[in-house]
Structure formats: C-alpha cells, structure tokens
Design a protein around this ligand. Structure first.
Ligand code: PMV
Length: 336
C-alpha cells in the first residue's frame, strides 16, 4: 500500500540568500514567507520487499537522497522504498519546487519510517538538508524561519506567525519562462558570497526588513508589506547583479511584469511583486482585486501564462489518495 503526502510551495517576502553553514544548510539570516495552497508537490511512498530503492522524480535526486539518508539515520528504519515525487506546477523555475518537494518528502518519510512519531523540528531538519526554504512549507500561513546561531542548527527553526486569514492574499505567478534555471540557488548564493561587494549590506538590512514585514502583517497593512517585500527582493537581485560573473535571472518579461504592477498601483489597485531565483514574477493582492490585476498581467508582453494561488493554512499533510489529474505515481518495476 502506498502512503501519500503533499506539501505546498512557499514564497519568501523577506528572502534567504546566503548560508552560515553549508554542511548543515543553515541560513545566514532569518526569512519570512507565505505558504501557498495549489502549487503543491505530491509524494507517494511504498515499502518494497527488497532493495534497491526505486525513485521517480523530477529534479535533483541528490537532494532527495540526502533527505532519505537523514530520515533513515534518525529512525534506524532501513526498509527499501519506492518513492515518487511529482510537482503540480512547473519545476525548477523559481516557483520554489524544491521547497515543496523536500517538505513533502520529509513529511511522508516520517509517516512511513516512524509512524509519524518524529519530533517536528527533526522532520524540518530533514527537509532543510534537501532545500533550505523547504522548512517553511511545513508551516501554515505567514511563516518566520529563524536563522539561529547554534553551530548545529538547534535554534534554526520555523514557525507560523499569523494564519492566512490575518491578511487574505491571492498570488498570481506570471510565468515568463518555465525552463529550468541556468544556475541553481546554492551555486548562485556561493558566487554572491565570494564576489558580490554588497552581499554583507543585504544581510545587514535583514532584521529591519523582518520587523517591517511582521508589523505590516500584524496591522493588516498591505501597502507596507508590499513596500518591504519589493525592497527586499530588489536588494537580493542587486546582490546577484553585482556578483562576478553577474547572476541575472531577469528576462524581458520579468521587467515588463514589474512595470505592470507599478502601473496598476498608480491606478489605485493594491498589489506588489516578489521574484526568486528565476525569471517569473509573483504578484500578491487582496482577492477582490485579482480579476482586474490578472487581466492586466495576462496582457503583459513576455508573460506566457499565469498560475493562480493564494496564501493558505494548508501546509504539508497526509493525503488519502493520489490526485487523478497527475500521471500514475508508481516507479517502473514497483509492485503495488
Ligand atoms: O531553498 P533554496 O536553496 O532553493 O533557496 C531559496 C532562495 C530564494 O527562493 C531565492 C529565497 C527564499 O527565501 O526562498
């Protein structure tokens, strides 16, 4: 019998862009994100009677293998497994597919290998070792992931700070290019650390940006949240643009979508953007304004399509069935 779990993507409004420890994948600074609903990764795991493990996944198998190794080391359960990981949205294009997939995998492994008995912080550690930002997909709503200072990361923990209803937001992802990004986030972060003259400056502004973002959500102040999110995102990309050689994820459609958001705002429509390690632009707005904002983004040159999502409390969870609209999950050769 297969066990199913899913986890959503999450989008940072105050970004994580640098590690204080690469071996433990610990961030240099804290980050603040929103957990989504529809952009999910689904994981199916079936025990096998004999090895080797069977994998069916898109993306970097090394990350998933690391999560599995950590889960086995902690649980001492070495049962061979058939594992399928399937994204419900374009992978590897700055839509945080590694976050949702590593969160879903860690969550499912706890259920399969340890009957769901592993402490939450330990499951979060497995997810983090696959992809740092995955930790945030384990929690609902508005999430703070604290960097901590402990060399082993015991104080590097995430928590939900506000439920989604505190400040209801839709997210419109403007897909400019859904091919895999030319440079992965870990390599890009390392290049920025080694060569960008403003890497330190970006991290120095982090506490103030976090404070601004938390207060904005607390006061349900969309304008203030938008300002700090855009400032922080553009500062992160400036760090990349000043690296040697520069890391530039922006494409023409990225600039055009930013311009559309600014025009909409001038027209009195509340919305703001954020952009991760890819060319796609995520636009956030109150749900009442989504139809108008969507129409304008649809007409923006270089935006190939839109994906609609929203901030949600539906974090990683066990699922009772595999979704019918996804391809079958069983890896080749697996007997269900
Ligand atoms: O978790 P990673 O290694 O994919 O890095 C994520 C980095 C950003 O998405 C650009 C920022 C963030 O905080 O999510």
């Amino acid at each position: 019998m297969a066990l199913y779990a899913s986890a959503p993507s999450n989008i940072a409004l105050v970004k994580y862009w640098g590690k204080r420890n690469t071996q433990h994948n610990l961030p240099l600074t804290s980050s603040f994100s929103v957990t989504l609903e529809a952009m999910r990764t689904w994981v199916a795991i079936s025990p096998l009677s004999e090895g080797p493990d069977q994998w069916a996944l898109y993306g970097n198998p090394k990350k998933a293998a690391r999560v599995l190794a950590e889960a086995r080391a902690f649980t001492h359960n070495h049962q061979p497994l058939a594992i399928s990981i399937h994204n419900d949205f374009p992978s590897g294009a700055g839509l945080a597919s590694s976050a949702s997939s590593m969160a879903a995998l860690a969550f499912a492994l706890n259920l399969v290998l340890n009957d769901g008995q592993t402490p939450h912080a330990e499951v979060a550690r497995w997810a983090r070792l696959g992809s740092g930002s995955a930790v945030r997909s384990l929690y609902p709503g508005f999430v703070l992931w604290e960097a901590g200072q402990d060399p082993d990361g015991h104080d590097c923990i995430a928590q939900s700070r506000f439920p989604a209803a505190q400040l209801p937001l839709d997210l419109i992802a403007c897909v400019v290019d859904d091919r895999t990004k030319p440079i992965g986030s870990t390599e890009a972060m390392e290049r920025c650390r080694d060569t960008s003259p403003i890497y330190g400056q970006f991290h120095a502004r982090n506490p103030a940006d976090l404070q601004r973002a938390l207060l904005a959500v607390q006061h349900q102040d969309l304008h203030a949240l938008g300002q700090v999110s855009e400032d922080n995102c553009l500062a992160m990309h400036e760090v990349m643009h000043q690296a040697q050689p520069p890391v530039n994820y922006f494409q023409d459609g990225t600039h055009a979508a930013i311009a559309t958001v600014r025009t909409l705002r001038k027209q009195g429509l509340p919305c703001f953007f954020t952009i991760d390690a890819g060319p796609n632009v995520k636009v956030l707005c109150p749900p009442a304004y989504t139809p108008t904002i969507r129409e304008a983004l649809q007409r923006t040159a270089g935006v190939t399509r839109l994906l609609l999502d929203r901030v949600s409390d539906h974090a990683a969870q066990r699922e009772s069935a595999w979704p019918a609209h996804l391809p079958p999950h069983a890896p080749a050769g697996n007997q269900e």
